[in-house]
Design a protein around this ligand. Structure first.
Ligand SMILES: [Zn+2]
Length: 111
């Protein structure tokens, strides 16, 4: 990987982290504890609980991805960044641009 490519990947990771952080802020409004029955009525409380589990699930997904991106950001300066952790082949640049947090090449991922 060239230095220019590496800089581009780091910029992609940075903007992705920013995007996910904003999304978490938005989701926080929906994942707050739900008010008791008498406050909002039984039916709407059921709706609120259903919606909450959907939002909780996407919140967890986003947090996991955010962690992965933060981890990968720490190792972007390492010589083995962009190299498959298993077979030591270079991971194609186009692939890293889409999923910068991946550590395996397409072949090893399939196995
Ligand atoms: Zn591999």
């Amino acid at each position: 990987m060239t230095e220019i490519e590496k800089t581009e990947i780091i910029a992609i990771i940075d903007s992705e982290i920013l995007k996910l952080t904003k999304r978490i802020e938005e989701l926080k409004e929906f994942t707050d504890p739900i008010a008791p029955d008498d406050a909002i009525g039984r039916v709407s409380r059921m709706d609120a609980i259903n919606n909450k589990s959907v939002f909780d699930a996407s919140m967890r997904n986003i947090q996991t991805r955010l962690e992965q991106l933060n981890q990968i950001l720490k190792i972007t300066h390492n010589a083995d960044f962009g190299i498959c952790a298993k077979c030591r082949q270079s991971i194609p640049f186009e692939r890293l641009k889409i999923r910068p947090e991946i550590r395996l090449c397409a072949n090893c991922l399939k196995k």
